[in-house]
Write a protein of this length. Structure first.
Length: 393
């Protein structure tokens, strides 16, 4: 971060414009990963407190257009940036889903990790990045001068059907935000605003904490379900962003498709949660105590791709309780995210023998005998059975 501050001071002193930076200056700024990853350096109660760095950041932030150190300090609660490997993996999934061009929104963009991770086959995109924290927004504007970077609070951002898709890691924290006449948790509010901004049929790939799905209150999820269908979920282990963002929390990659008027499409069920109980040794007395946590119905039904093992070891934010642990490296986690997303949009091509076996399994499921039926009879049975299922539903 210190190197990034020095580059920003040089930019301001020489009044450099976006597009005028050297490759070395851009490389330094690209490594900036937000104050969330080093917030201990700004806490005078921490052994890692760095008064010189705090003074330098405060001075720079107060001189930054539209900024002030207060905005930078507040961002420490939620400025946890996505690792480039996972950002690239999400882009590969987005491309498999047809997002290779058009207007793309990134809410809570930081310095534009997703803009900097666009693969060659999706270069024909127009990024709009929304970032409240002035230093990060300034860095993004210098790194990606051809894209639109708006230094703006997401509570003031409103758009309707304006973007073809959205990608990003939404901010989270204890604050709440109004959307219309209702108040939601920060992460839910940003997701709802983002879904409103995506056109009907458009996709949104959003990283959020697992509490978006698992929290007891369903108000946010109900509003999301009104706007979009949830078509895929990847649950990431709590160490997925530990290296880059210095935070340990279970996160979910939620993939939504904005609903289209007059068109019915399937969605994963995600509005409700299930209460799970477990026993834990009591510290103050002999025996055990019963504790509980909540998990979303889609997780309980096994329709979420979980990278790692579900445990009750807790995270840095809460001792004990639900967690997902994994020994995979960040690169391995990203590879699994990519593989799963691509497979969701581009199913494996079956051989002739595999297609035949799959058809025979379906025929048996619906009470037929594949050995005594020809291809036409098998297809007729399937069409009839599927039609009867729809009528019953």
């Amino acid at each position: 971060m210190r190197a990034a501050v020095e580059v920003l001071n040089e930019i301001n002193a020489r009044n450099l414009q976006p597009g005028e930076l050297t490759a070395e200056q851009q490389a330094v700024l690209a490594k900036y990963c937000g104050t969330g990853g080093i917030k201990a350096a700004f806490d005078d109660r921490s052994p890692d407190f760095d008064p010189d760095l705090e003074h330098a950041v405060k001075d720079l932030a107060n001189r930054t257009k539209g900024g002030g150190y207060l905005f930078t300090k507040l961002s420490m609660q939620n400025a946890h940036y996505t690792t480039p490997d996972i950002a690239r993996a999400i882009w590969e999934g987005a491309i498999a889903g047809g997002v290779a061009s058009g207007r793309i929104l990134e809410p809570g963009a930081g310095v534009g990790i997703f803009a900097g991770s666009i693969p060659p086959q999706a270069q024909d995109v127009e990024m709009t990045m929304i970032e409240r924290e002035p230093l990060s927004a300034q860095i993004a504007s210098y790194l990606y001068p051809k894209d639109q970077v708006r230094c703006e609070d997401l509570k003031d951002f409103d758009a309707e059907d304006a973007f073809d898709a959205a990608v990003g890691n939404v901010p989270f924290g204890k604050t709440r935000m109004m959307v219309g006449r209702r108040q939601y948790s920060l992460d839910n509010a940003v997701i709802i605003k983002t879904l409103q901004a995506v056109r009907p049929g458009g996709l949104a790939f959003l990283i959020t904490t697992h509490s978006t799905l698992d929290a007891n209150s369903s108000n946010g999820r109900k509003r999301m379900a009104e706007l979009a269908n949830l078509i895929a979920v990847v649950r990431l282990p709590s160490n997925a962003f530990a290296q880059n963002a210095k935070t340990e929390v279970v996160t979910d990659l939620l993939v939504f498709r904005r609903k289209q008027p007059g068109k019915t499409s399937l969605s994963l069920p995600f509005k409700n949660t299930v209460r799970e109980t477990y026993e834990k040794d009591a510290k103050s007395k002999k025996g055990t105590i019963e504790l509980s946590y909540r998990v979303n119905e889609v997780v309980k039904a096994g329709r979420v791709h979980i990278i790692g093992k579900e445990t009750l070891t807790g995270t840095m934010y809460r001792g004990g309780g639900y967690n997902v642990e994994s020994r995979l490296s960040p690169e391995e986690i990203a590879a699994e995210v990519k593989s799963y997303l691509v497979s969701r949009f581009k199913p494996k091509q079956l051989s002739a023998a595999e297609r035949k076996e799959k058809l025979n399994r379906l025929v048996r499921k619906f009470g037929g005998d594949p050995e005594s039926m020809n291809e036409e009879q098998k297809m007729a049975l399937l069409r009839k059975s599927i039609k009867e299922q729809k009528l019953c539903a």
